[in-house]
Design a protein around this ligand. Structure first.
Ligand SMILES: NC(=O)C1=CN([C@@H]2O[C@H](COP(=O)(O)OP(=O)(O)OC[C@H]3O[C@@H](n4cnc5c(N)ncnc54)[C@H](O)[C@@H]3O)[C@@H](O)[C@H]2O)C=CC1
Ligand SMILES: O=C(O)[C@H]1O[C@H](OP(=O)(O)OP(=O)(O)OC[C@H]2O[C@@H](n3ccc(=O)[nH]c3=O)[C@H](O)[C@@H]2O)[C@H](O)[C@@H](O)[C@@H]1O
Length: 480
């Protein structure tokens, strides 16, 4: 029986391995982590991450051919194929701080593999890493190998949170990069055989190691670039009276451009887009390509601009101050159908409003009060480390209250911000909400999910990203 071990039981390691276990009953899969609380949660009825369909997949195979364990060394030693899916945060200190990927966790995983292995192994990069990382990993493994042979493969993950199970069941492509030697190709074939249990062969792409590593960074950069492009247009739409939804529909109808991923928003979030682009920028700079680095940096600059533009629009519309005003925040996760808040635009928006002394009442169906308080007090990039290494007792922000439904959040509020596109926000009783708010009642939709005309009829002053401006707002120009 082929044995797989995955180091890192996070958003990628957990769902990816659960799907491999489900689709390959003949393979034994162990997912290991240094975080005991994470592993305990994977073994409980309340999984550590919220992902539609995940519970069902885990329940079908856990205890049969899928195991979650903190006994990292035992499972690594027994495995034929070791996936590494650990954190690769942005460095906060030293060379490349604020841009380069911090490979501390990757390196310690590689050294541990070298220490405990007693037989040849295939080591698979599942984490997103800088191009050429495989070379460094290879050096660590071979210099500590005690005669054991390792083949390093790059097999980046393209799943998106909220649709992870769907994406894993039916991926656009699986990418496998390996050495162009007979041993390298044999390893590529072994991993191909795993995916071939459910992925059609023409969707399994094989490349050299460096192309696979770089394709992952490139794919995330291209995706984020589309959002920054449409968000840049949204600012121009507001200035000219065009409607960004109509513009992106018309643009996306060109089959060369395509309609997906063109929704204007308060900004993209998530653990990877910013981190991976910063990493790409750093790699370009290190390779003497400052113009290319500058080009990609702009994607992040526009994203930051979009978030601060939103805050400025809100404050300027509300008589240029939100001091002591209650602002309801609907949605805190970085997108719907996940409880993940890593790099969510809600953090920047809330911090901007708190900077202007607002009182925030926050509701998100999947994010806990503890998480929100941590996010609003943690330093930039501190969140992307194993849980037990994160600051334990952050201070709480007193002007923030976290509530458990949208009606409580909006009661007596001066304004509402919609920051995550949860489906339940589309069917709220806005007349009831309006009746219970201070007047004039403002609503700032950072996800373009509300019916602007209907809300204006009720009496709201409405701001919707990239849409023709309310007469009220037009008279109060915001400076970004
Ligand atoms: N979250 C996502 O949607 C995607 C993430 N990625 C990439 O996958 C990688 C992992 O991301 P996530 O799963 O989101 O991170 P995560 O933070 O959810 O999970 C990483 C896990 O690795 C564990 N870990 C760290 N060092 C370890 C070690 N030496 N031994 C054992 N366990 C260790 C941590 O405790 C943590 O539970 C990152 O490189 C990320 O860029 C790629 C595609 C999608
Ligand atoms: O490497 C990763 O971590 C993953 O990053 C993204 O997945 P994810 O961040 O989970 O979610 P997305 O659906 O890409 O959304 C990212 C952010 O962009 C925003 N977004 C997305 C699409 C859009 O049209 N407009 C927009 O503002 C979302 O609200 C969210 O804040 C990619 O889509 C995945 O392919 C990739 O594997």
């Amino acid at each position: 029986m082929v044995k797989i071990c995955c180091i890192g039981a996070g958003y990628v390691g957990g769902p990816t391995m659960a799907v491999i276990a489900l689709k390959c009953p003949s393979i034994e899969v162990a997912v290991v982590d240094i975080s005991t609380s994470r592993i305990n949660a994977w073994n409980s009825d309340t999984l550590p991450i919220y992902e539609p369909g995940l519970d069902d997949v885990v329940k079908q195979c856990r205890g049969k051919n899928l195991f979650f364990s903190t006994d990292v060394e035992k499972h690594v030693q027994e495995a034929d194929i070791v996936f590494v899916s650990v954190n690769t945060p942005t460095k906060t200190r030293g060379l490349g701080a604020g841009k380069a990927a911090d490979l501390t966790y990757w390196e310690s995983a590689a050294r541990m593999i070298a220490d405990v292995s007693k037989a040849d192994k295939i080591v698979v990069e599942k984490s997103t890493v800088p191009v050429k990382t495989a070379e460094a990993i290879e050096k660590i493994l071979t210099h500590n190998s005690k005669g054991i042979k390792y083949q390093i493969l790059s097999n980046p993950e393209f799943l998106a949170e909220g649709t992870a199970i769907q994406d894993l069941f039916n991926p656009d492509r699986v990418l496998i990069g390996g050495r162009e030697t007979p041993e390298g190709q044999k390893a590529v074939q072994a991993l191909k055989d795993v995916y071939a249990h459910w992925v059609p062969e023409d969707r399994i792409l094989t490349t050299n190691l460096w192309s696979a590593e770089l394709s992952k960074l490139a794919a995330n950069a291209f995706l984020a670039q589309r959002i920054s492009s449409v968000n840049a247009m949204s600012a121009l739409c507001e200035a000219t009276g065009a409607d960004v939804t109509q513009v992106s529909y018309a643009v996306g109808k060109d089959t060369r451009i395509g309609s997906k991923f063109l929704n204007a928003s308060v900004g993209f979030g998530g653990s990877c887009f910013q981190k991976d682009i910063l990493n790409l920028v750093y790699i370009c700079e290190c390779n003497g390509l400052p113009e290319v680095a500058e080009y990609w940096k702009q994607v992040i600059k526009i994203n930051d601009y979009q978030k601060s533009r939103f805050v400025n629009r809100l404050v300027s519309s509300m008589f240029n101050t939100v001091s002591n005003k209650k602002i309801a925040i609907l949605g805190f996760a970085f997108k719907k159908d996940t409880g993940d808040t890593r790099e969510t635009p809600a953090i920047d928006v809330c911090q901007g409003l708190l900077g202007d002394k607002a009182m925030l009442s926050i509701y998100d169906p999947q994010v806990t009060e503890d998480q929100i308080q941590r996010d609003l007090t943690m330093k930039k990039f501190d969140w992307d480390h194993p849980i037990h290494l994160q600051p334990t007792s952050p201070t709480t922000v007193k002007q923030v209250s976290v509530v458990w439904d949208a009606y409580t959040a909006t009661k007596d509020a001066h304004g509402i911000c919609i920051l995550t596109e949860w489906d339940e926000f589309k069917s709220l009783d806005f007349q009831k909400i309006y009746d219970n708010m201070q007047k004039p009642a403002f609503i700032f939709d950072g996800r373009n999910i509300v019916n602007v005309e209907k809300l204006r009829e009720i009496g709201f002053v409405v701001y919707s990203i990239g849409k023709p401006l309310d007469a009220w707002i037009k008279d109060m120009p915001a400076v970004a």
